[in-house]
Design a protein around this ligand. Structure first.
Ligand code: ADP
Length: 405
């Protein structure tokens, strides 16, 4: 099952997207609709709300009077907390029921207006955000929903900012132009990303990789992409992830890189990483094991073992490339990944040398594996410089879990 979190500011066009994706075959779960259903007349949810807040929250027909309830909880943190405590478990259980009914092969779209505000992004394989600037959204709310000018602004201002939404978005769907253009973009997302992602996920396959590597100018969104993915990976494997870090060239600001997000998951022991539940959890999250990669080349000289063991996972999303390196915390390979990153971040000359080396290798038109092999001599040479830097600066690896929400 592929799960998509869909959100966007009020009036952005979110319902337009969910309707189109439903037409294309997605199973849409509408969070607002569930929130209404659990307090319909005759439900245990409504009875619990009345027991807590009194019968003044009921209208003449015995249905929930939302504005009346809203006035009772407005500005009263305790009352709001009580209400959420009553409704949240009911909403969660109903959502789980609908998810279970959707079936293994479904592409589920969870339409959640407050997904960003509630930090729910790590619950999904991808977060899709519909974007339209505030002025556009305001005009739509006044034109199509009959809201007053002030009401529309108040609703918009009560929500997350566009900046917060952008940081949460794996897919940003701009909706400033015509509806036709917008629907065509939604169709492309479905055909080119969601369907092939689900195909890969179901088969436990990693994405098809480009035959030849190319270097990209630094993309300022790489760290945000990494943080979102790390949060999902942390969710999938729980406490078995002792450390989670963005490593490799995309973690070094200003460095050209192949468009691959390298991540490191530190485990207490590689035995943890070989448990079936660990491998299955990552596969279901979209990060299947690549069994034939089980080692790094040692970067140090004498006295080291022939190989540094690790485990390796690729990813199923066709639109981004992720390499997940699983290493034992405090092992030489784990330490090297963090040290090399921190050295490059600190040392501009090192970045420039590394960039030159990469450009020379890129010019040969190599595959990912060949490219990685061709870079090895450069690492061997850099090794002394890196360790000298570590000595000089007193560098120590820090154990942390990036991407925690
Ligand atoms: P949301 O669910 O995000 O609040 P809707 O999908 O209901 O937003 O869209 C808000 C209003 O704007 C609707 O009346 C919708 O038909 C209209 N709308 C959506 N996209 C466009 C567009 N590209 N151009 C003009 N109107 C649009």
């Amino acid at each position: 099952m592929l799960t998509i979190g869909l959100t966007g500011g009020i009036g952005s066009g979110k319902s337009t997207v969910s309707a189109r994706l439903a037409e294309r075959g997605a199973v849409v779960i509408d969070a607002d609709k569930i929130a209404r259903e659990v307090v319909e007349p005759g439900t245990a949810g409504l009875a619990a709300v009345v027991a807590r807040f009194g019968s003044t929250v009921l209208g003449p027909e015995g249905a929930l009077d939302r504005p009346a309830l809203g006035r009772l909880v407005f500005g009263d943190e305790g009352a709001r907390g009580d209400l959420e405590g009553l409704l949240h478990p009911l909403i969660r259980d109903r959502t789980r029921e609908l998810l279970a009914d959707a079936g293994r092969e479904a592409i589920v779209v969870h339409d959640v207006p407050l997904l960003v505000e509630k930090h729910m992004g790590a619950d999904y394989h991808l977060v899709v955000v519909v974007g339209a600037d505030e002025g556009t959204r305001h005009a739509r709310l006044v034109r199509d929903r009959g809201m007053s000018d002030a009401d529309a602004w108040a609703r918009i201002r009560a929500q997350a900012s566009d900046e917060e939404r952008r940081a949460a978005a794996d897919v940003w769907l701009p909706n400033e132009g015509s509806v036709e253009e917008f629907l065509a973009a939604v169709d492309r997302l479905w055909d080119e990303r969601l369907v092939p992602y689900e195909d890969n996920l179901r088969a436990g396959l990693r994405r098809t990789r480009e035959p030849v590597i190319t270097l990209h100018e630094p993309d300022p969104t790489w760290p945000q992409q990494a943080a979102r993915i790390l949060a999902r990976i942390g969710h999938a494997v729980g406490e078995r992830a002792v450390t989670l870090d963005h490593i490799g060239s995309t973690s070094v600001p200003g460095l050209v890189a192949k468009d691959v997000i390298d991540l490191q998951l530190g485990v207490a022991s590689l035995e943890d990483a070989d448990e079936a539940t660990f491998v299955q959890a990552l596969t279901a999250a979209g990060y299947p094991r690549v069994g034939h990669v089980a080692q790094d080349n040692p970067k140090a000289a004498d006295g080291e073992p022939q190989v540094w063991p690790k485990r390796f996972h690729g990813n199923s999303d066709p639109a981004v490339a992720v390499h997940l390196h699983v290493r034992e915390v405090d092992s030489p390979g784990w330490r090297w990944a963090l040290l090399f990153r921190d050295w490059l971040i600190d040392d501009a000359a090192a970045r420039s040398d590394y960039e030159d080396a990469k450009r020379q290798i890129e010019a040969k038109g190599l595959s990912m594996e060949q490219y990685a092999q061709d870079k090895e001599p450069w690492f061997d040479e850099a090794h002394e410089r890196v360790e000298a830097w570590a000595q000089r600066t007193g560098w120590r690896p820090v154990r942390r879990r990036e991407g925690a929400t």
